[in-house]
Design a protein around this ligand. Structure first.
Ligand SMILES: Cc1cc2nc3c(=O)[nH]c(=O)nc-3n(C[C@H](O)[C@H](O)[C@H](O)COP(=O)(O)O)c2cc1C
Length: 226
């Protein structure tokens, strides 16, 4: 007999781990959270999922800012149009995209490949050439757009890991990007904000969405099979 899925809260020890399918049905994007703290090991697992997401050429052209400080969350809340999850989340994870791809980024990455895989710089010369060509022939808008796409993949991986752990997360684009960029001084770091992930626990009593069914296009509408 197939094991019945158990939807576990993150503060319990999982007896049966959820399948990805079960986890994706369990998860939703809470509008209200309880304010309870998410276990540090779950936060680390969510960060690792973002770390291990695939990215174009493996360059990982994004960085993450993790906020747990209550006062900082309170300052971000008005920038995110006073959405309650911002202050009610245990942690906020901001996904930031590179606005430039520099020779230094490329050479730092190649150095890491050399050190991790024990290969020579010469063996990577063609790869370096293609990355440099991409960097030199792309406008800053194209780089920022490309980098944001990579950040979104990492966001998706973080979201899926949270669901598997029974941790609630709300992906959020509803904030004033220019104001958040300024708040974290991102332009001076050649970064821009992409999306926030509010990480916490759903407030079932106060969230009108907590008991609602999922609304998704049927596969027949979503997928054209050829
Ligand atoms: C990129 C992105 C941005 C989103 N921004 C917000 C947001 O600012 N506030 C919010 O409450 N939900 C936000 N959502 C959540 C969506 O509204 C939600 O995922 C969608 O309605 C599907 O519902 P479900 O995730 O609960 O299944 C966002 C989702 C994504 C993927």
């Amino acid at each position: 007999m197939a094991a019945k899925p158990i939807f576990l809260r993150s503060n319990t020890i999982p007896a049966i781990l959820m399948s990805l399918k079960d986890a994706l049905h369990w998860r939703y994007a809470p509008k209200r959270m309880t304010g309870a703290t998410v276990a540090p090991q779950h936060i680390e697992a969510i960060l690792r999922a973002a770390q291990y997401a695939p990215s174009s050429m493996g360059l990982q052209p994004f960085s993450l800012i993790l906020v747990q400080d209550t006062a900082v969350k309170a300052l971000i809340k008005p920038i995110a149009y006073n959405q309650p999850q911002i202050a009610e989340a245990s942690h906020l994870l901001l996904f930031c995209a590179y606005t430039q791809l520099t020779q230094q980024h490329i050479d730092t990455y190649l150095q890491q490949i050399i050190s991790v895989r024990g290969v020579s710089a010469e063996s990577l010369a063609a790869f370096r050439g293609s990355m440099m060509r991409f960097a030199q022939t792309s406008s800053s808008e194209q780089i920022a757009h490309w980098a944001a796409n990579q950040a979104y993949i990492a966001l998706g991986f973080a979201l899926a890991e949270a669901a598997l752990l029974g941790v609630d997360v709300t992906p959020m684009e509803g904030f004033d990007k220019a104001a958040l960029d300024k708040f974290f001084q991102l332009p001076s770091q050649q970064l821009c904000s992409v999306a926030l992930l509010a990480i916490g626990h759903r407030d079932e009593a106060n969230d009108f969405l907590a008991k609602e069914k999922k609304v998704r296009k049927p596969l027949a509408q979503l997928v054209k099979r050829i």
